[in-house]
Design a protein around this ligand. Structure first.
Ligand SMILES: NC(=O)c1ccc[n+]([C@@H]2O[C@H](COP(=O)([O-])OP(=O)(O)OC[C@H]3O[C@@H](n4cnc5c(N)ncnc54)[C@H](O)[C@@H]3O)[C@@H](O)[C@H]2O)c1
Length: 357
């Protein structure tokens, strides 16, 4: 089925805007609407870009069902990219926004999909996996990074990273918990109301148009800081910057969603992990070295040994299931991701300095 009327929620955000633009480029005759509350600072910078790409913008809040009323011609696809994506959300004693957006908001989006009988792609997160279990995995320390040994004998934990069958019991931050709770509801709507759904638990996604900040978008934050000459800190795990994440270029994330759409009947109901994988992973220390090479500036970096709430020593995605099911693999390297991010910052310097510089 060719989708002709598509809604991307969180469509002015980092992933949502890239997804909306990519979907429209592939389907020039389709109507693509980006809905966003513009809560994230910097999302407003995407509005001219969406307009130029032929994507319609609706200012709306997924917490309000009235903002999600079905249009005359019902949506046939909803890609749910809106969220409060910070792992620190709620630690300030105010959990309402993250719960209302990431959980109640998803229910409102599912209700819209049910009424429209729309297909539903849900962007979930590796943060559904519990922190304590990830941090308890056996690891070794090299000159530049921590590495998982893969010797634990725990399902879903191997030398290539974390797979979908990793145990789910334990605390995972409100961000991760609201996403996991939403996953359960996505599955119920699929079973009970016959929606076609795919859930993707992304590891760190990075690249152009991410408004990186301390609690979300760390690779972009690093590139921004090197570009603008702003201070940085290695926080936690001894303060040496050895914690590791895999990173996925946002264009690779868009390619994956496209691959899922091309075989929705087969993939209906599946839950996948997806990320850059071990071959596209970096420690903060290694990220600093790459930033120095790409941007040509060396920053003094402070060190805070104490680990921040919600942090994880190593997270790397095992892509085996998603690759087997879809044929998709990440194509862009870590160097390309940082270089593309830097090129975007350099060509939007004035606007970005005011917002995230
Ligand atoms: N970026 C990553 O590394 C990453 C990794 C895993 C999963 N994800 C998931 O991907 C999705 C997109 O993340 P992102 O990185 O683009 O984040 P983002 O913050 O750049 O985008 C989210 C957008 O949602 C909007 N938004 C927030 N609350 C809203 C509300 N109540 N109503 C309407 N819009 C609202 C924000 O203004 C923002 O534009 C999220 O669901 C996130 O959990 C992201």
């Amino acid at each position: 089925m060719t989708h002709r009327n598509i809604l991307v929620t969180g469509g002015a955000g980092f992933i949502g805007s890239n997804v909306a633009v990519a979907l429209k480029a592939k389907r020039p005759n389709a109507r693509v609407t980006a809905l966003d509350s513009l809560r994230r600072r910097g999302s407003e910078l995407n509005l001219p870009r969406l307009r130029d790409a032929g994507v319609e913008f609706h200012h709306g809040d997924i917490r309000n069902p009235e903002d999600l009323s079905p249009p005359n011609e019902p949506y046939d696809l909803i890609v749910e990219c809106s969220a409060e994506p910070s792992v620190l959300a709620g630690y300030d004693g105010n959990p309402r926004f993250v719960i209302n957006t990431n959980l109640a908001g998803t229910v409102n989006c599912l209700e819209l999909a049910r009424v429209c009988r729309a297909d539903f792609l849900f962007l979930s997160t590796s943060r559904v996996y519990p922190m304590a279990r990830l941090n308890a995995l056996d690891y070794r320390e090299t000159e530049t990074r921590f590495e998982l040994s893969g010797l634990d004998g725990i399902p879903g934990a191997g030398p290539d990273g974390i797979a979908e069958d990793f145990p789910l019991h334990g605390a995972r931050t409100l961000y991760g918990a609201t996403k996991l709770a939403s996953e359960l509801l996505v599955e119920e709507y699929r079973e009970m109301f016959g929606l076609r759904t795919v859930i993707t638990r992304f590891g760190v996604v990075a690249g152009p148009w991410q408004m990186g900040k301390v609690d979300q978008g760390v690779f972009t934050l690093w590139v921004l800081a090197h570009h603008f000459g702003r201070p940085l800190k290695y926080i936690g795990y001894g303060g040496k910057g050895k914690q590791v994440r895999d990173l996925l270029h946002v264009a690779d994330a868009c390619d994956l969603l496209e691959a899922q759409l091309s075989q929705l009947d087969v993939l209906n109901g599946r839950v996948f992990n997806a990320g850059g994988g071990l071959g596209c992973s970096l420690s903060l220390f290694e990220t600093t070295t790459l930033c120095q090479q790409i941007i040509g500036r060396k920053l003094p970096i402070d060190s805070i040994a104490e680990t921040r709430e919600g942090d994880i020593r190593v997270y790397v995605t095992d892509n085996q299931a998603v690759t087997t099911a879809t044929g998709w693999t990440p194509k862009r390297t870590a160097t390309e991701i940082l270089a593309d991010t830097h090129a975007w910052i350099a060509s939007n310097e004035t606007a970005l300095r005011a917002v995230v510089g």
